[in-house]
Unconditional design. Structure first.
Length: 196
């Protein structure tokens, strides 16, 4: 699974374009530039409460806390909120970003880097960030809930082949930010978190 496939399957570009009043090409450029950083942030969230994860999913550290928060914000329904014709509840996306990047400064840095890469205005990218965070979070949770995460291989990759109780995610090998397997890793971890 890669980012392009996720964007096509979810109609995310159309939703971002509609929500922000921008043309699809601009929405595509912004999403392509921002999503690798968002997904990498999901793997190692700097602001997610690790204490919440300890009992729920030992070994995942901050990712377990983030998954718990995503579930509390609506889980897979976050994606539906963005792609429906109703206005997007972007505050939910901002809550996710707060856990992923730790502060507004972290989000601004991601937007500035994506602007240099994509040519899209940083102010527009900052508006895209919470929407894309909701799309990515909702997609991961929906796929995990459907058992499509390739759980064995994904968890082996994310935890370095060790049992969850013996390995912290922070020390696990990472997929390169642009690769498709980062999504598979996250879906696999979310599937484990959801008890599949």
């Amino acid at each position: 699974m890669n980012i392009e496939q996720m964007l096509q399957q979810t109609n995310a570009i159309e939703a971002v374009s509609r929500e922000l009043g921008v043309d699809p090409a601009t929405a595509q450029a912004g999403a392509t530039a921002l999503l690798p950083s968002i997904l990498s942030g999901f793997q190692n969230p700097v602001g997610a409460p690790e204490a919440q994860a300890a009992g729920a999913f030992p070994g995942l550290g901050g990712l377990g806390g983030l998954l718990g928060s995503i579930g509390g914000l609506g889980g897979g329904n976050l994606l539906d909120n963005v792609t429906s014709s109703e206005p997007t509840e972007v505050e939910k996306g901002n809550q996710i970003l707060g856990q992923v990047f730790g502060s507004k400064d972290g989000s601004r840095a991601v937007a500035a880097s994506a602007a240099a890469q994509s040519g899209v205005e940083p102010s527009l990218l900052k508006k895209m960030l919470p929407i894309l965070a909701m799309i990515a979070a909702g997609y991961v949770m929906k796929q995990a809930g459907q058992g499509q995460g390739g759980l064995g291989g994904a968890l082996g990759g994310i935890l370095g082949g060790q049992p969850a109780s013996d390995s912290g995610l922070a020390s696990a090998p990472r997929s390169p930010a642009g690769s498709g397997s980062i999504l598979d890793d996250l879906i696999g971890a979310a599937g484990k978190y959801l008890g599949r």
